[in-house]
Design a protein around this ligand. Structure first.
Ligand code: BMA
Length: 311
């Protein structure tokens, strides 16, 4: 197919450090959800220490965002969380479950990187609940529904031995997780051959759960981060029914090709709309936030008709 599946918004980037009322060096890798008719964006920002915090911005249309005056989630200064967040908090994802928004984020410290879970009802107060992985894990996305009474998540353990693959785990209470299985691997000499990781929390469609993931390819000039799609069975999300063979988005705009880390598009959130489109949000070069739109049906077809093996 010649046509681009993701249409970039003409006024990208939509949020940069110039828009933030406190001192930050980057605005990227943001989760976005709708809450009471507004779009809420939780974005990651590097400080001049080189460590990250999470800020919040609001929008009426999903395109024009205004940042709150203060950061939303910052490293704890004491208690258990402080031990594991001293190097920063990164890459949030948000899932609405019942009346709450569940936030997962990467916590960095001298002990490695692990995933913490926090929750909020209104995006004004946030409560850190617990760590839900040990080190080293990144990219945890939680499904917005339960399966056989259990919550489900996709995640990506760090590994120098096995390929960096996507796993699924289940939990009765969002705190204790188990029954893990590897469900999707990188494919050799393919655009996602080095690493894959879950991106946006999965979106329910008639054909299955649509997962937008990132894949990494290593070149002589470093790594390229791109986005692709996979479809999981509606009743049994451990079953991957199809994975698109081609990427849906790669670094092309100047602010994706160069920046804090060059050649990166990285997603932590996408918002399905009632007209069959989805707004996909991504960080460009770990520096700015961008948005684009795709037809959900096109992404599903890519998974089903032009598949690559899941494992
Ligand atoms: C990954 C994470 C992401 C980042 C990406 C590209 O390992 O650190 O936060 O966007 O690398 O630098």
């Amino acid at each position: 197919m010649k046509r681009d599946l993701v249409q970039r918004y003409s006024q990208n980037p939509i949020l940069t450090k110039a828009d933030i009322p406190y001192a930050v060096e980057t605005v990227h890798n943001a989760a976005v959800v709708k809450h009471e008719g507004k779009y809420i964006m939780l974005f990651r920002s590097h400080l001049r220490t080189g460590r990250s915090i999470i800020g919040l911005a609001r929008s009426d249309d999903g395109l024009h965002f205004t940042a709150d005056p203060e950061p939303f989630l910052t490293p704890a200064r004491n208690g258990l969380f402080a031990d594991y967040e001293e190097f920063g908090v990164e890459d949030p994802r948000v899932t609405q479950l019942e009346n709450e928004y569940i936030i997962t984020y990467s916590a960095y410290s001298r002990n490695g990187v692990r995933i913490a879970l926090a929750k909020t009802q209104d995006f004004s107060r946030v409560e850190k609940v617990s760590f839900i992985t040990q080190a080293d894990y990144r990219n945890v996305v939680i499904f917005p529904e339960k399966f056989g009474g259990l919550y489900a998540r996709l995640d990506r353990p760090h590994s120098e031995i096995a390929p960096w693959s996507i796993w699924i785990s289940y939990s009765p209470d969002l705190r204790f997780w188990g029954e893990s299985q590897l469900i999707m691997r990188p494919v050799q000499y393919h655009w996602d051959e080095m690493k894959i990781g879950p991106g946006a929390p999965p979106i329910k469609t008639n054909e299955g759960w649509l997962s937008i993931y990132h894949g990494v390819f290593q070149t002589m000039d470093g790594s390229i981060y791109r986005l692709g799609v996979a479809l999981h069975d509606l009743q049994d999300p451990a079953k991957v029914i199809g994975v698109g063979d081609s990427w849906i988005l790669q670094p092309e705009d100047p602010w994706e090709l160069t920046g804090y880390v060059h050649n990166v598009v990285f997603t932590c959130g996408a918002v399905p709309e009632s007209d069959g489109t989805v707004k996909i949000y991504w960080g460009g070069a770990d520096t700015v936030m961008c948005v684009g739109q795709a037809l959900i049906a096109d992404l599903v077809s890519l998974c089903l008709d032009h598949g690559r093996p899941a494992k």
